[in-house]
Design a protein around this ligand. Structure first.
Ligand code: NAD
Length: 490
């Protein structure tokens, strides 16, 4: 019988009665893994009410005690590391190596949030006027919600959750309805970590569930990661409802390759960045801008390396790249490649309609490279979110930087060169929140913010590290006078 996924609300696992469900399938095999409930507004209300009650007590627990649950959770995540990574691969399709990398970053965020007693310290100023002191303390806000996309089912909730609870908030996580299984396992570990009932909650669902959270008067903060159109919607709706909001959106990440770049290292990194996780990363390379005559060396190298990648079920050893998430996503990607060819690009590497032994039911596309992609065309502008790399041409570094900055998004940009001054100019002038020099950009370490600019982020404070502590606390400034004559004399 198919597993019915449950919500975790107020310390209890509950399958919501008689609600609509969606099938969750393995994208490599089309095997049915589970059914996920689409939780309606009435049940979202129950979750928010109990999270609010839990917060009222949790905020009074000293930070030094709150983090004991995170220490315990970190130990449990290490103990069950392979189980969590395997769940990611089964529901998302990425390779086990990619899933392990993802869970490692999740664990690192728990580790960093264990430093909350120091990170949420306030400020004190003695004698702002004679006999008067002023100080600032940080306090939690209340019910905090986290809405995640399908492509990192294990990591993204942990960009936010450890900081939110360590600061004294209660949390509701709404995972992607396409990849909800890993969070079931993560929440089973949170249950073992002994958080008081209602402090951490899991509510499954889709758009209706999200909107119920955005509209609920007791929800105080919204942390969203997903596509740009939904990020805009969530930002606008939650802000209009007076909530503190941060929304990370989509991307169209360019890599610039100068003729003096190291051929072997650059080729390996560009291919890893474009095709790792089947291009379904918000930091994936989507365009490679070849400057001057760099194409002479790099086009054949990129083509050869892309063709050498082993595509298959990510659970199997030796596989470089798994499937894309769904048949609909595969169709959309194929349509965009066809549109690229219609608009004048040509296929340097054609990965469509692949023959993957044993993968007949999976959503497979092999690494695909389009060359001669022209500025302003659909594939030059649109987030493809699949294993497709577009090659563009620029005459100079300045032209390449102009091209990079003309894009709608600003999540990441990379430069490959052996010139220090070119690297410096690129780092300074490029309008993106994550920059790589001679390296592909992975999700930043837990103690750095996940920066994104332009249409890749709406808000002020980002996830992770110090930004998360600012986001999940509100400052209170107190001014105090204690006259001697009011106090008992000793
Ligand atoms: P998505 O926007 O379709 O879904 C994200 C979340 O929003 C899901 O939980 C979903 O249930 C919910 N949702 C979807 N439609 C909604 C609606 N109309 N109203 C309210 N909620 C809605 O994103 P996805 O396809 O799951 O993920 C891929 C996207 O996420 C890509 O665009 C990728 O670039 C982006 N992403 C960005 C980052 C980043 O850090 N900037 C990280 C990972 C993924």
């Amino acid at each position: 019988m198919t597993q019915q996924l449950a919500n975790y609300i107020n310390g209890q696992w509950q399958v919501p009665p008689a609600v609509e469900t969606l099938d969750v399938t393995n994208p490599a095999t089309a095997e049915l893994l589970a059914c996920v409930p689409l939780t309606p507004a009435a049940q979202v209300d129950l979750a928010v009410q109990s999270a609010h009650q839990a917060y009222l007590e949790w905020r009074r627990v000293p930070a030094t005690q709150r983090i004991q649950h995170l220490f315990k959770l970190k130990g449990l995540m290490e103990e069950h590391f392979e189980e969590l990574a395997t769940a990611i691969t089964l529901e998302n399709g990425k390779t086990l190596a990619d899933s392990r990398g993802e869970m490692r970053r999740a664990v690192e965020n728990v580790e960093v949030a264990c430093g909350i007693p120091t990170m949420m310290l306030g400020d004190f100023s003695e004698d702002i006027a004679r006999g008067i002191d002023e100080y600032m303390i940080r306090q939690p806000l209340g019910v905090s919600t986290i809405i995640a996309p399908f492509n990192f089912p294990g990591m993204i909730a942990f960009w936010f959750l450890p900081y939110a609870v360590a600061c004294g908030n209660s949390v509701i996580v709404k995972p992607s309805e396409r990849t909800p299984l890993t969070m079931q396992k993560a929440f089973a570990l949170m249950e073992q970590a002994g958080f008081p009932a209602g402090v951490v909650n899991l509510v499954n669902g889709g758009a209706e569930t999200v909107n119920a959270l955005l509209d609920h008067p007791l929800v105080q903060t919204v942390s969203f990661v997903g596509s740009t159109p939904v990020a805009r919607h969530v930002y606008a709706r939650a802000s209009a409802n007076g909530k503190r909001v941060q929304t990370q959106g989509g991307a169209k990440n360019p890599l610039v390759i100068l003729p003096d770049a190291d051929p072997e290292m650059t080729t390996k990194i560009v291919i890893d960045s474009a095709f790792g996780n089947a291009g379904q990363r918000c930091l994936a390379a989507s365009l490679a801008i070849l400057v001057g005559d760099a194409g002479k060396v790099f086009k054949p190298l990129l083509a050869e390396t892309a063709q050498s990648w082993v595509v298959g079920n990510g659970i199997e050893p030796g596989v470089h790249m798994g499937p894309v998430i769904s048949p609909q996503s595969k169709l959309r990607i194929e349509g965009l490649v066809a549109k690229g060819v219609d608009e004048g690009a040509s296929l340097l590497v054609d990965g469509l309609n692949p023959n993957i032994p044993g993968g007949e039911r999976g959503n497979f596309i092999r690494p695909t490279i389009l060359e001669s992609v022209a500025t302003g065309t659909t594939v030059a502008r649109t987030e493809i979110f699949g294993p497709v790399l577009g090659l563009m041409q620029a005459d100079t570094l300045e032209d390449a930087i102009r091209l990079v900055n003309s894009g709608e998004y600003g999540n990441m940009a990379c430069l490959f060169t052996s010139s220090g001054s070119a690297a410096r100019q690129f780092r300074s002038e490029v309008m993106a929140g994550n920059i790589g020099i001679n390296i592909g950009v992975a999700a930043p370490m837990a103690f750095f913010p996940f920066s994104g600019w332009k249409a890749s982020f709406f808000g002020t404070l980002h996830g992770q590290g110090k930004h998360a502590v600012e986001f999940y606390t509100q400052t209170k400034v107190v001014v105090e006078r204690w006259l001697k004559e009011w106090s008992r004399q000793f």
